[in-house]
Design a protein. Structure first.
Length: 393
C-alpha cells in the first residue's frame, strides 16, 4: 500500500512537474526553499490567540514577520495570513460585512466571475441577494456606466471586484466612490491577479477605493496554496477580530512560513516577474491569433494579465480541445484560459511563447501525432526545470 501511494505521487511529479507544459492560470510553482518549508516542523503545531498552547514563540515571530512583509508588499494597513484558501478569504470578507438579505454585487459566473461567490456558493450560504455587474463581453470588463446605474438603484451593501476570467483591470476607481457614498463595503478578490498587483503591474485596488484585497496565494502570486487578506485599518481589524473563532481555528504554520518567504521573494523579484508574465501572455496571445485561434479582445491588445482567453463559443468545444491538448501533455482548462505564470517562473520568455503557440497549433489545427508533440513538449520543459525570480540557496 505504501509503495502504491508513493508511486502515485512520484508518477504525478514526474509527469506534471517534468514533462508537461502547465498553462492553467490558477497554478504556479513555488521556489525550492518555499516548498521545503511546507514540510517543516511547523506543520505539526498549534497556536491560539488566547495563548492556550505553549511553545509558540517562533511561530508568533513568523506571523509578525509575514504580516509586516505583506503590508509592505501591498501597501496595506493590515494583513492576515491565516485564511486557508482564497475561498475562505472571500467568505471572511462577505460574512464580516453583511447580514441576511443584503444586496451583494459581483461579476456573474457567465461573464467569468468566480462561481464560489454566486448563488450556489457564498451568496447562497450567507443569504445575500446577488446582483451582477453589467458586463461588456467584447472588452472583457465591467460596463462602467451601466454599473453606476445599477449601484444607484440596487444600493448594494457589498461589492466584490475581481474574477476568475480577468484579462483587464476592473474599474474600481470609477465605481468604488459611488458605492462607498451609499455606505457599501468594497472588496477586490485578487485570487488570480495577486502576483501582478504585488509586482505593481496590474491595478492597485487598495489605492483605487477598495477597503480590502483578498484571495489565493498560489495563482499569479507564487506562494503555497492558501489565502490572504490585506485591508485598511478599520476593515482589517474588524476581520481579524472574527477570523478566530469563526473561520480558522489553528492556522497552518508551515504554510504561513512558506508564504512569508514567498512574500520576501515577491518584494525582491515581483516587479521583474510580473512584467515578464504579462509580456509572455501578450506574446502567446499574438502568436495564437496569428495562427487564427479565436483569442479574445484583439482590438485592445488581448490581455493585460497572466491570462489569454480562447473563445470557442462553448465549453463543450473547449473541453474537446483541452482533452486533445492533454494528449500532448499541454495542460489547460476547458474555458479555455491559458496562463503564463508557471512557464514564466520557470524562466520562459517571448521566444518560448512562440514555440508554445506552435505546439498548440500542431495539436489542435494540424492534427499532428500527440506522441510526436509530447516529445517536443518534454524537450522544451527539460530546458526549463529551475525556478526563477527567487533567492538561490
Ligand atoms: C476569483 C477567484 N476567487 C477565489 C477562488 C478560490 O480560490 P481557492 O482555490 O484558493 O479557494 C478562485 C478559484 O479559482 C477564483 O478564481
Amino acid at each position: 500500500m505504501i509503495s502504491e501511494i508513493l508511486s502515485l505521487v512520484k508518477k504525478h511529479e514526474n509527469w506534471r512537474g517534468k514533462k508537461c507544459l502547465n498553462l492553467i492560470p490558477s497554478e504556479n510553482v513555488m521556489s525550492p526553499t518555499v516548498r521545503s518549508l511546507l514540510s517543516s516542523e511547523l506543520g505539526h503545531r498549534y497556536t491560539a490567540r488566547d495563548r492556550f498552547y505553549m511553545g509558540t514563540r517562533f511561530m508568533d515571530e513568523i506571523e509578525q514577520f509575514g504580516e509586516e512583509l505583506a503590508k509592505d508588499v501591498f501597501g496595506a494597513e493590515t494583513a492576515d495570513l491565516r485564511p486557508l484558501s482564497g475561498h475562505v478569504a472571500d467568505m471572511i470578507f462577505l460574512a464580516c460585512f453583511s447580514k441576511l438579505g443584503d444586496v451583494f454585487m459581483c461579476v456573474s459566473p457567465e461573464d467569468g466571475g468566480y462561481p464560489g461567490l454566486w448563488h450556489d456558493g457564498l451568496a447562497g450560504l450567507l443569504g445575500l441577494r446577488v446582483v451582477p455587474f453589467s458586463f461588456a463581453r467584447d472588452a472583457m470588463n465591467i460596463n462602467v456606466e451601466k454599473a453606476k446605474e445599477t449601484i444607484t438603484h440596487a444600493k448594494p451593501k457589498l461589492l466584490v471586484f475581481g474574477a476568475s476570467l480577468i484579462t483587464f483591470p476592473h474599474p474600481v476607481k470609477e465605481l468604488a466612490s459611488i458605492a462607498r457614498e451609499l455606505g457599501a463595503c468594497v472588496g477586490f478578490d485578487g485570487s488570480h491577479v495577486l502576483g501582478l498587483i504585488a509586482g505593481k503591474q496590474f491595478q492597485d485596488p487598495l489605492r483605487e477605493g477598495a477597503h480590502a484585497l483578498f484571495g489565493s496565494t498560489h495563482k499569479s502570486f507564487f506562494g503555497p496554496q492558501g489565502g490572504i487578506i490585506l485591508a485598511d485599518k478599520e476593515h482589517g481589524e474588524a476581520m481579524k477580530a472574527k477570523i478566530y473563532p469563526r473561520f480558522v481555528d489553528n492556522a497552518h504554520w508551515n504554510r504561513i512560513a512558506a508564504l512569508t518567504l514567498a512574500l520576501a521573494e515577491m518584494k525582491e523579484f515581483g516587479r521583474d516577474y510580473a512584467e515578464q508574465v504579462i509580456r509572455n501572455a501578450k506574446a502567446l496571445a499574438k502568436n495564437l491569433y496569428d495562427y487564427n485561434f479565436p483569442v479574445k479582445c484583439p482590438h485592445i491588445g488581448f490581455t493585460q494579465s497572466h491570462q489569454v482567453i480562447l473563445d470557442f463559443g462553448n465549453y463543450e468545444r473547449g473541453r474537446e480541445i483541452a482533452k486533445k491538448l492533454q494528449q500532448s501533455n499541454i495542460i489547460v482548462d476547458r474555458v479555455i484560459r491559458l496562463g503564463t505564470c508557471e512557464v514564466t517562473r520557470r524562466g520562459m520568455k517571448e521566444e518560448e511563447m512562440a514555440k508554445i503557440a506552435e505546439l498548440i497549433k500542431s495539436a489542435v489545427m494540424d492534427g499532428e501525432n500527440p506522441e510526436k508533440i509530447k516529445r517536443k513538449v518534454a524537450k522544451l520543459c527539460s530546458e526549463f526545470q529551475t525556478v526563477e525570480y527567487c533567492f538561490k540557496p
